[in-house]
Design a protein around this ligand. Sequence first.
Ligand code: SF4
Length: 515
Amino acid sequence: MAYEPIWMADPSKLNKVELQKIEKDGLDVIRTIIEQYATEGYDAITEDDMNRFKWAGVYEQKPKDGHFMMRVRINSGVMTSAQARALAEIGQLYGRGLIDVTTRQAIQYHWLRVENLPDIFKRLEAVGLYSFEACGDCPRTIVGNPLADIDPDELMDTTALVNQVNDFFLLNRDFSNLPRKYKMSISSNIYNSGHAEIQCLAFTPATKVIDGQEVLGFHAWVGGGLSAKPHLAKQLDMFVRPEEVLKVAIGVTTIYRDYGYREKRHHARLKFLMADWGPEKFKDKLIELIGDMPSLGEDKTIGWKAAYFDGVHPQKQQGLNYIGLSVPVGRLNSEELIELARISDEYGDSTIRTTVSQNIILSGVPDAKVEAALQEKVFERLTPNPGHFMSRTVSCTGNEFCNLAVVETKKRAVSVAEYLDAHVELDEEVRIHFIGCPNACGQKHIADIGLQGALVKTPEGMVDAFDLAVGGILGPNAQFNTTLKGRVKGDDVAPVLAQLILFYKENRSPEETFN
Ligand code: SF4
């Protein structure tokens, strides 16, 4: 170990997972999978190593019968058509053709077997992609602006910065043992496409006049996160030049690694350290590590569009367009992804982009080719003109595959969105997020209407139900949504939401929006 792990001074303060991590680093499980488990099979996997599988980006799938899910990191959600094709082929070969886009712009597979993993790692590496550290107590997929380099609403192209930070942390054993998961975003989009306030560390666009010259750079936000105790990230009083982003990321991650809490798993995220220290103390500690930094500049985030891009829109390059497609609850199949890769080669710039709203963007389509591109059959389902409610419905994995889920989510979310599109007419979009347990992978807290799965007792036994929360928003007026009283049975969610939205429609004041 290249650094001094100061948290090991008192092992009695470490939880069980911490002791596992000291015994064998999470990253070591990748070699064990390749050299041992892939040949010995599922039954040979020890309980401790099963927990370490997350560092390979792999989770055991429900009902624990030898199948796994895997996440693949996609920096800022931007991939080439060749990478998309490779991802689709892996899905076809090993994942029953099922491909999910996650709320961290990652690609998620299901139905994998441990015997398949070495070949999957190889196929991913061949196109410059990795599942490693997409899960686990380490720096995960770096979220960013999916429109990086083509965005009329960004101050600068952040592609190289995201790649630089990703390359530094990926498989870096100095940072592969953090107290818990660690999430970063880097975006220069003025509508907060990186969802800064819910990240452990986020960089948002800012400017500052330094030595008489306006410099484009970032503000840094630390200590956000969702789950049962959601926290909004706090802004540090500093301006970060682009060339200093990596230095700040290393400093913040070092503080988390060395001072983050390791006693209780549910109290280990960076948000708890930030809540105790506050942004001033945190900044002082950071300055100790990285040296002095300029104070805050001018914030350039002017709103929040929740990372929705559906429809055809002009890029910053004149004459070129991007097409935002709706992927209902983030789920598509291998054939569709292969088609999107072909279409991006034929009409666009051979680039496919995933969004934190679980959708997909094709880019680089010249004006003259847009109409022809839109005739492609795959756009009948993955449409750029989705139904009002279907277009804004997000869902976590739920109990179809997730061992932590209390209820089913994705199918329910689709049926609710279809019902609302058929029964409710509204001149604005309402964002509806479903989660199957308090872990909040579907980011319920930031939705206009957030639904969290629970169970209720009925004369027929326990049935799926949901707690409802309303009014979540990020950006300059960021706040989490407020939970309403009562619990709604799963089968009643669609009509109840229809009533709620119709009540709003009939009683709103002229300038009022749902949020
Ligand atoms: Fe699983 Fe809960 Fe995350 Fe949904 S929110 S995917 S149920 S852990």
